[in-house]
Write a protein that binds this ligand. Structure first.
Ligand code: G6P
Length: 584
């Protein structure tokens, strides 16, 4: 999603802003821009493209001035174009803005502003917002009053930064993230700690419905009613400073490769204990998430039912507002989110809270919006995940769900985490077959992934990884459903991945593989056991059968990554996608 960064201090702002945008580019990235206040005016430079391209083409980091704002855009209102890129000036040119989120009533506000004589160049809601700010500033000549007056008119979710020509920098937070890095004589105002962690680990996490005014090195925080709020400076946890690729070609490969270690760090025992007690005493139990996190949620249904003998209802977050299984009074909702910022997940949580439900969260970012909305939080502890496609966070989510299940069922599973870690290492080391296969599938347009039982949500996660990283149309099919439709698609142009470890699903899934093979399709078997039906066998190590889901996803993460390289796509930043989707 869009990233915003502001700087106010004694250093030259432009190189700082550009560097911060490079660090946060994973959030969303179709265009880039910065605005710098110098002695006489506010200068804006912006264009479509990646931060490095726009930086080089426009000499972004050579702009001069000690106060500025910057933005990477992920288009919501208006197509990807220079005129729609941020920052936007107000009509007077004396105010500039960057914005993350959506102003839902922008059309109505735009009509009203047009009647007042304001003109618009872009298609964005943001340009409407900056002109509303100008109108209110022209009327009040007071920045605090301007902000309170402006936000009283806005509908939607937003965070924005505004520079005024007198050098004041204001930041407003409403349901989108906003964090301030604090250094002597410098403030960094950012969507993400990655925007300033190279400079300082002292941070103020701005609460929702608060705004900030920085002028002459003074920082003031207010709530939306205008009451003063005392700043609370905390330390950013160290692992979030680790945002380098090291020797790896891409963050995605680094993050896939870290899994033997990260699965051992997931969740601490005290939190598992606390959450388990809450789950055991829950009246009705639901679990929600988006994308990969939802696939992890679906795995919990198998674990909780089979081992803990507890019913849990997974609901995809974006569907929860429309779900017939509405959250009953006094229920418990488990929310899973790597970022803790997905708007759909936050929305689902707010709906559940209206029915007096308790919220238990599984999150990687301990200070995220979701953690603030939760009654209990358990951390993935897997360090920053920069690659847009979730990899290590998925296996860490699974580990936590396994640990909770095992606690509830009194250790009925034999969870040997060192063995799991070793098995993942073995798959990672033995990747030559996977590289060959990546080369083989680079030209294909469709691929199917089959699994049964607990392996079906893994097939869904596999299809999601293939789509995100390779842009190949990938579809998960519950193996038994093949004969009820998808078999019509099978011919010699088709590749089918069969997730088939040696457990109770093995023989039935093998039968499905044979039915597909008879129609000429190529079969890729992911299994600890080879079979002649497989054209390609990707071997996974033997382990207790309940632990196979944690292992079988690893070769597909690698296959998706290597196929992306074969196709010359950027695995870290797939087109049109963003890591943290903070709009609905
Ligand atoms: C986006 C990302 C996905 C991610 C999903 C949920 O769609 O591209 O990779 O799985 O958001 O993110 P969350 O941070 O809530 O787990």
């Amino acid at each position: 999603m869009c990233s915003i960064i502001g700087y106010s201090g004694i250093k030259n702002a432009a190189p700082i802003l550009v560097r911060s945008l490079e660090k946060m580019e994973y959030r969303g990235y179709d265009s880039v821009g910065i605005a710098i206040k110098n002695d006489s005016m506010i200068n804006v430079k912006k264009d479509i493209g990646k931060v490095s391209e726009v930086k080089n083409n426009l000499n972004l980091d050579k702009m001069s001035g000690t106060i500025g704002i910057g933005h990477t855009r992920w288009a919501t209102h208006g197509k990807v174009s220079k005129k729609n890129a941020h920052p936007h000036y107000s009509n007077s040119g004396k105010i500039a803005i960057v914005h993350n989120g959506i102003i839902e009533n922008f059309q109505q506000l735009k009509s009203e502003l047009k009647l007042d004589g304001f003109k618009f160049e872009s298609d964005t809601d943001t340009e409407v917002l900056v002109n509303l700010i100008q109108k209110n500033y022209d009327e009040t000549s007071n920045i605090k009053e301007t902000i309170t007056k402006t936000i009283s008119k806005l509908q939607g979710h937003y965070t924005f930064l505004v520079i005024f020509e007198d050098g004041t920098l204001a930041a407003v937070r409403f349901h989108e993230p906003l964090i301030i890095g604090v250094e002597k004589n410098s403030y960094y105002i950012s969507s993400d700690v990655l925007g300033f962690i190279e400079k300082t680990d002292d941070a103020i996490y701005i609460d929702n419905e608060n705004f900030v005014i920085i002028n002459d090195h003074n920082l003031d925080i207010f709530d939306f009613k205008g009451n003063s709020i005392k700043p609370n400076i905390t330390k950013v946890s160290k692992e979030f400073a680790d945002v380098y690729k090291g020797d790896y070609a891409h963050f995605t490969l680094k993050e896939i490769s870290e899994q033997p270690k990260t699965i051992l760090q997931a969740g601490d025992d005290a939190r598992i204990e606390e959450i388990t007690e809450r789950i055991s005493s829950a009246r009705n139990l639901y679990i929600t998430g988006s994308g990969t996190s939802y696939n992890a949620a679906r795995i919990s249904k198998f674990l909780f039912s089979n081992f803990a003998k507890i019913k849990i209802e997974p609901i995809i977050s974006s569907e929860l507002p429309f779900s017939p299984d509405s959250i009953e009074e006094d229920s418990t909702l488990i929310a899973i989110s790597q970022s803790g910022e997905s708007a759909d997940v936050l929305d689902a949580v707010r709906i559940a809270k209206k029915s007096n439900s308790k919220i238990l969260s599984i999150i990687n970012h301990p200070n995220s919006s979701l953690s603030q909305e939760s009654d209990s939080v358990i951390n993935l502890n897997c360090g920053p995940e920069i690659g847009v496609a979730a990899t290590k966070s998925f296996t860490s989510q699974l580990v936590i769900l396994y640990k909770i299940t095992n606690k509830i069922c009194n250790k009925c599973m034999n969870l040997d985490w060192d063995k799991v870690s070793q098995c993942i290492s073995n798959v990672l080391k033995d990747d030559s077959n996977i590289k060959k296969l990546a080369n083989e599938i680079k030209e294909i347009t469709d691929i199917y992934v089959l699994g049964r039982g607990i392996h079906f949500p893994i097939a869904q996660e596999a299809a999601l990884k293939l789509k995100e990283l390779t842009y190949i149309h990938a579809e998960a099919i519950p193996a038994g459903e093949l004969k009820h439709g998808p078999l019509a698609l099978m011919d010699s142009n088709v590749y089918v991945i069969i997730i088939n470890p040696d457990d109770e699903t093995y023989q039935n899934t093998l039968n499905s593989a044979n039915e597909i093979k008879a129609r000429g399709a190529k079969i890729i078997g992911i299994s600890n056991k080879n079979n002649e039906v497989y054209d390609f066998w990707i071997k996974i190590p033997d382990i207790n059968e309940e632990l196979y889901p944690l292992i079988e996803i690893i070769p597909i993460q690698l296959l998706s990554y290597y196929a992306a390289l074969e196709k010359n796509t950027d695995p870290d930043y797939p087109r049109n996608l963003a890591k943290s989707v903070t709009v609905k």
